[in-house]
Design a protein around this ligand. Structure first.
Ligand code: HEC
Ligand code: HEC
Ligand code: HEC
Ligand code: HEC
Ligand code: HEC
Ligand code: HEC
Ligand code: HEC
Ligand code: HEC
Ligand code: HEC
Ligand code: HEC
Length: 330
């Protein structure tokens, strides 16, 4: 019987190869143990010939798909043009490790992903672990280096809880999340001007706990008018368009007052009045901002001094009107 099998074996190998009658040079590694036996030789070998890369790849779709996409270590200059067998030998017994490389000396850039900043100090297996792998087949293999994504969100939690763009790298580098060195506030919807440049971020972007986690509110901070953040000491006497009279340098500064559109008041400034300083008609006492421009009594006296009786035609052309005294009383 033994003899018979032997003859069959010789016959089969002769059939498979004209040149060398092949007998397996040794047991296959554990990973390939199921491929032991004469009927499986051609899973890896071409008929009577050497190992075929294509046959390896026919089974190893996880490698094939990456090679096809021109991504990952197996398309790097290290691997290019080499036989699979030159790195993954076989027939050295069950305990042989087919994947052998010095992890500490591995040039990670060959993987198509450079380790930069803080990542250089992170242990390989802090990144290469099943938690970060999506593919269910690769997730099961705890030793694999495949299956990771390159996007920050593939591994990092979204600190901003979906309030900011998903493209974290727009604002962050791998050096540190804090500060966000690539973020430029001038490109946000609200540029920081004047004194705002030195205000602590937290004064406008409140720290809070959201869904049980530390969170800072960056998006959706109202800013349409200054009074979105600043109290209105004028008690809305002067409307909400604070920018007409204020800028971000100082609320005490009056340099912006000239931008005020007096045409919208009951008394449009015309002619020579356009050159008159606000203070000449209005009492502007910084100590009592509630009263600023509410001094209709002062206005009255000024106007009465200018216009003791009905105006002349020229004065009317200049926009001056005589008003009965009762109308000017507060
Ligand atoms: C899982 C794939 C695989 C299977 C199955 C397999 N081999 Fe191999 N075999 C290899 C690899 C890889 C090498 C190359 C080893 C090296 O170069 O270090 C090799 C090398 C050889 C060699 C040495 C000569 C050469 O071509 O380099 C012989 C002989 C051989 N195999 C015969 C067989 C026979 C016979 C069978 C079936 C009983 C078989 N092999 C099954 C992968 C396989
Ligand atoms: C018939 C399918 C099949 C063929 C052909 C095959 N393999 Fe495999 N290979 C497997 C399976 C199954 C495993 C174990 C599961 C896994 O790791 O994917 C494996 C594992 C491996 C591993 C990982 C071993 C480890 O310890 O993690 C390497 C490397 C490998 N094969 C290389 C090769 C090479 C090189 C060839 C061609 C010479 C080849 N394989 C041919 C099915 C195959
Ligand atoms: C900060 C996370 C991180 C660390 C730390 C890290 N890697 Fe990676 N590694 C990756 C990412 C991401 C990829 C995937 C690149 C791709 O395929 O797009 C990768 C790919 C690889 C690959 C290529 C897999 C393939 O076949 O294409 C190998 C090998 C590898 N890493 C080895 C290591 C080793 C060894 C270490 C430790 C010295 C290490 N890595 C540390 C993130 C990391
Ligand atoms: C220059 C050496 C080299 C060559 C050539 C090479 N590999 Fe690899 N292979 C590696 C290294 C290093 C790893 C481990 C790191 C990784 O996963 O990229 C590996 C890993 C693997 C794995 C295990 C993937 C897993 O599940 O983690 C398989 C399968 C594999 N190679 C198949 C092949 C096949 C098929 C070929 C030929 C097309 C090939 N290799 C050519 C070096 C090589
Ligand atoms: C529009 C810019 C921007 C985007 C996009 C962005 N961030 Fe941020 N992130 C910031 C700013 C600004 C800070 C606050 C930094 C500081 O306090 O100096 C921050 C803080 C953080 C912090 C907290 C740092 C600490 O220790 O307090 C983490 C973690 C973080 N971001 C992760 C992410 C992740 C993950 C993403 C992608 C989902 C992302 N960020 C997207 C701007 C951004
Ligand atoms: C493959 C997984 C992976 C990817 C992709 C990845 N990181 Fe990391 N990163 C880690 C791990 C793991 C650590 C170390 C553990 C930790 O601190 O979370 C780390 C640490 C860091 C650190 C230092 C520690 C800290 O929390 O301050 C920063 C900063 C960082 N990563 C930024 C980024 C940025 C920015 C991106 C996208 C451009 C990114 N990472 C992509 C896995 C990854
Ligand atoms: C004077 C108030 C103020 C200060 C100080 C301030 N910000 Fe802002 N910030 C805003 C406003 C208002 C917006 C616009 C919010 C929006 O678009 O919904 C904004 C937008 C942002 C955004 C973009 C949010 C997004 O959705 O893209 C980030 C990130 C940010 N600020 C970070 C910072 C950081 C970091 C600091 C400290 C260096 C800072 N801010 C200081 C008021 C401020
Ligand atoms: C998103 C909130 C926010 C908006 C909108 C905002 N500010 Fe501020 N501003 C602050 C905070 C916070 C401070 C610092 C604390 C303080 O002094 O009230 C500040 C400080 C200032 C200061 C310096 C401090 C002072 O009292 O002199 C001036 C001036 C100023 N803001 C003017 C303006 C003007 C003008 C506008 C409208 C064009 C405006 N701000 C809109 C939040 C805001
Ligand atoms: C018509 C012009 C005008 C408008 C509009 C206006 N203000 Fe004023 N505001 C003034 C003047 C004038 C002062 C006094 C300045 C001075 O001499 O110190 C003042 C003073 C202030 C002060 C300083 C008060 C103090 O206690 O020191 C603040 C704060 C202020 N305004 C906020 C606002 C806000 C917020 C708005 C919009 C809701 C606004 N202002 C609209 C003219 C205006
Ligand atoms: C020639 C005198 C005159 C000058 C100069 C003048 N105003 Fe007036 N202002 C008036 C009069 C008159 C009214 C109308 C009062 C009324 O509605 O009863 C008025 C009304 C206002 C009001 C409306 C008050 C309210 O409660 O509706 C504001 C605000 C104001 N002035 C700001 C200014 C500013 C800012 C300047 C300097 C750029 C200025 N004024 C210059 C005379 C003047």
């Amino acid at each position: 019987m033994k003899r018979f099998i032997f003859h069959i074996a010789i016959f089969l190998t002769l059939l498979a190869s004209k040149t060398a009658a092949q007998i397996s040079p040794g047991d296959l590694s554990t990973a390939h143990a199921k491929l032991e036996g004469m009927s499986n030789c051609t899973q890896c070998h071409d008929l009577g010939d050497k190992v075929s890369n294509n046959k390896c790849l026919a089974c190893h779709k996880e490698i094939k798909s990456r090679v096809d996409k021109r991504t990952g270590y197996h398309v790097s200059k290290d691997v290019k043009g080499k036989e699979c067998a030159s790195c993954h030998s076989e027939h050295h017994g069950r305990n042989f490790e087919m994947v052998r490389f010095d992890e500490k000396k591995f040039n990670h850039t060959l993987a198509g992903y450079e380790l930069t900043g803080a990542h250089k100090k992170v242990d390989c297996r802090e990144c290469h672990k099943p938690d970060y792998v999506d593919d269910p087949n690769l997730k099961k293999k705890k030793d694999t280096y495949l299956g990771l994504g390159q996007k920050c969100l593939d591994c990092h939690e979204d600190y901003h809880q979906k309030t900011m763009a998903n493209d974290c790298a727009k604002c962050h580098t791998t050096e540190d999340f804090k500060p966000a060195t690539k973020f430029n506030h001038d490109k946000a919807d609200f540029a920081l001007v004047g004194k705002h440049k030195t205000v602590d971020c937290k004064e406008c972007h409140k720290m809070e706990v959201k869904n049980g986690k530390d969170f800072q509110q960056f998006a959706d901070v109202p800013f349409k008018n200054c009074n979105a953040c600043h109290d209105d000491p004028h008690r809305n006497h002067l409307g909400t368009d604070c920018k007409q009279c204020h800028n971000e340098q100082s609320f005490a500064s009056t340099s912006s007052l000239s931008k005020f559109n007096h045409g919208k008041t009951n008394f449009p400034l015309k002619g020579k009045h356009k050159q008159v300083d606000c203070r000449d008609c209005h009492k502007m006492d910084a100590a009592t901002p509630t009263n600023v421009f509410q001094d209709r009594l002062g206005v009255k006296t000024n106007r009465m001094r200018h216009l003791p009786q009905r105006p002349t035609r020229g004065q009317i052309r200049d926009g001056l009107r005589w008003l009965p005294q009762r109308k000017l009383l507060p």
